[in-house]
Design a binder for this molecule. Structure first.
Ligand code: F6R
Length: 242
C-alpha cells in the first residue's frame, strides 16, 4: 500500500476528495464505496467544499454503503441509510435513487446479502472504496475471524465495537447487535481502496493492516492482498508503523 502521513484530518480529507473528484471527471457515473463513522467525514466535507467552489455534475454518480445495522426501525436517524443521506447524499447533491445501503430489515436477511452483491456487480463494481478501520481491526463490520472471501452477509458486532459506537445512540444497549456488511471479498473487488485512520487509538489497527501478517484475525490486513491501496493517516495513527 501507499501510505501517506498527513498533518491533519482535513489534509487527508482534501487529498481523498481530490482523487474522487478526478475519478468523477473521468467517469461521470463512477461507483463510490461509502463508509460511515467519524473517519470519512473529512473526505465528504472536502468534496462538498470542492463542489461548492467548482461544481461538477454529480447526478449520475452511484454509491454503495459498506454496511447497515440490522433491525433498526425504518428511518431511524442512526441507520446508515439515514447517516449516508445526511452526510453524503445531501451535501454532495447525489441522486438518492443511485445510492444503495444493505437492507438491514430482519424480514429479508437471507436474501439481502446476495441481492446487494448482485447490485454491485450490475453496477460494474466499485471504483473507489473509502474505508475506516475499527480498533478491533475491522473494516466494514468484518470483525476478526472474517474470511477474506466473504461477501455481504449478516455479522455480529463485537462488544468493543458496540461500545465504540454507543456515542451515536441514547444508551449502549440501543446499539444493534447485528449488522449487514460487505464482506472482505466484496471490498477486495473494489478497484481502488482508500483507507483513512486518525488518532493514537487506531495505531495498532493500522500497523497490523499495513505491516502485520496477513490474517483473518486482523481483517484490515486484507489490504495487503489488493494491488491499489492508498492509506491516509495522521502522525498518531502512523505511530506504530516501522
Ligand atoms: C463504517 C464501517 C466501520 C468504521 C470503523 C471506524 O461504515 O464500516 O468499519 O469505518 O468502525 O469507525 P470510526 O470512523 O467512527 O472510528
Amino acid at each position: 500500500a501507499e501510505v501517506i502521513v498527513l498533518d491533519t484530518e482535513t489534509a487527508a480529507g482534501t487529498l481523498a476528495a481530490a482523487s474522487i473528484r478526478a475519478l468523477i471527471m473521468r467517469k461521470p457515473d463512477a461507483v463510490l464505496g461509502l463508509a460511515t463513522g467519524s473517519t470519512p467525514l473529512s473526505v465528504y466535507a472536502a468534496l462538498a467544499a470542492s463542489l461548492a467552489e467548482e461544481p461538477l455534475d454529480m447526478s449520475r454518480v452511484r454509491g454503495f454503503a459498506l454496511d447497515e445495522y440490522v433491525g433498526l426501525p425504518a428511518g431511524h436517524p442512526e441507520s446508515y441509510r439515514a447517516v449516508i443521506t445526511r452526510d453524503v447524499v445531501v451535501p454532495l447533491g447525489l441522486d438518492p435513487a443511485n445510492i444503495r445501503t444493505p437492507n438491514g430489515d430482519v424480514a429479508t436477511l437471507e436474501t439481502a446479502g446476495l441481492d446487494y452483491e448482485a447490485a454491485i456487480v450490475a453496477a460494474g463494481g466499485v471504483d473507489v472504496q473509502i474505508l475506516g478501520i475499527g480498533q478491533t481491526g475491522h473494516v466494514g463490520f468484518n470483525e476478526p475471524g472474517s474470511s477474506f472471501a466473504s461477501v455481504t452477509r449478516i455479522k455480529t458486532l463485537t462488544e468493543k465495537t458496540r461500545i465504540d459506537n454507543a456515542r451515536f445512540f441514547a444508551s449502549p444497549d440501543d446499539v444493534p447487535i447485528h449488522c449487514m456488511t460487505q464482506g472482505l471479498g466484496t471490498i477486495r473487488r473494489a478497484r481502488h481502496l482508500i483507507l483513512l485512520a486518525f488518532g493514537e487509538e487506531k495505531a495498532d489497527a493500522i500497523a497490523s493492516a499495513v505491516e502485520g501478517p496477513v490474517s483473518s484475525s486482523k481483517p484490515g490486513s486484507v489490504i495487503q492482498l489488493h494491488p491499489h491501496v492508498t492509506v491516509l493517516v495522521d502522525e498518531a495513527a502512523a505511530s506504530r508503523l516501522a
